[in-house]
Design a protein around this ligand. Structure first.
Ligand SMILES: [Zn+2]
Length: 308
């Protein structure tokens, strides 16, 4: 079914932006980036800190789409464990089987994607960034972690009403997606097939309830995954998305670094930036890069439109 989309994917192996992956990074790169680094979910995301309250109370009510409540993952947890529980992964990174890394086109179109990673230090909201996108009518795909949604119920309710933005799944505890507990940037990954399922499914169920329809795209915390996890996500009915351009270095870049990096994005890029670090350089960098790209004839698209 997703054959055509899958074809687009894995193809391009060039690890353009590999080193400084998306969210969760920060630690190892640019000097002063620490503030932007995601917290280690192992500590913060185990559910202890997850303040379930806001959304369950505020946003659960909404009427958004009362109709399709039961639209959970296409596969049960037991089925995932039975089918994938014994497999040994062979790859680790941003480009495993079925993973969408770019739009697969040479047309001058770019998908801007913004992660909201959640957790302590990761649950802020970059209102200036979103205001800029609105003002310029720049469509974007927003990958929301379950914990960020819990912390920003009012903002969430506003964003979900805007067709300019497509909302997608950025995980439940914001973990690298592994069947062996492999870590990225010091963040321990999920430890087995069942935990991969949990990381995807819980936030998928939440988003489905809040949006009325299941989110189509999933991006793991840190964007790292192994190939068995990739296959699980696909089997669950989601498309796993990473990136081809690391636009803000895990929200550690200065505005100028963001501008230079994003303005240089080639046609068909999926650009990864963040919307949860208002004191970082992302908003100013995007505000400078977008007009440059538009002047050069580029347009912007949500993932679902760009990957049609
Ligand atoms: Zn993230």
């Amino acid at each position: 079914m997703n054959a055509s989309r899958r074809a687009v994917l894995a193809g391009l192996t060039g690890l353009t932006a590999a080193a400084l992956a998306g969210c969760g990074s920060g630690g190892s790169l640019a000097s002063g980036g620490q503030t932007a680094a995601d917290p280690a979910p192992g500590v913060s995301g185990t559910g202890l800190a997850s303040p379930a309250a806001p959304v369950t109370s505020a946003a659960a009510t909404p009427s958004a789409a009362a109709s399709s409540p039961a639209a959970g993952p296409a596969l049960s947890r037991d089925a995932v464990v039975a089918r994938y529980g014994q497999l040994t992964p062979r790859t680790w990174g941003f480009g495993g089987p079925g993973v969408v890394r770019d739009l697969g086109t040479r047309r001058r179109v770019i998908a801007l994607t913004f992660d909201a990673c959640g957790g302590p230090g990761g649950s802020e909201y970059d209102a200036a960034l979103i205001a800029f996108l609105r003002r310029r009518e720049v469509p974007a795909t927003l990958f929301l972690n379950s914990r960020w949604i819990d912390e920003n119920p009012a903002t969430f309710r506003q964003l979900r009403r805007e067709p300019l933005f497509e909302l997608a799944n950025h995980g439940t505890r914001h973990l690298p997606l592994s069947v062996t507990g492999r870590s990225a940037y010091g963040i321990g990954g999920t430890r087995n097939a069942g935990e991969v399922y949990d990381e995807v499914a819980a936030n998928q169920v939440k988003l489905t309830r809040l949006l009325g329809t299941p989110p189509r795209f999933f991006r793991a915390g840190t964007a790292f995954s192994d190939d068995v996890a990739d296959r699980i996500v696909t089997a669950m009915g989601d498309q796993l998305v990473t990136f081809s351009v690391n636009g803000d270095g895990g929200a550690t870049f200065t505005p100028e670094q963001v501008r230079v990096t994003v303005a240089a994005a080639p046609a068909g890029s999926i650009v990864l930036c963040h919307m949860n670090h208002p004191r970082g350089g992302t908003a100013a960098g995007i505000a400078a890069a977008v007009p440059q790209l538009q002047a050069a004839g580029y347009r912007f698209t949500r993932l679902s439109d760009g990957l049609a």
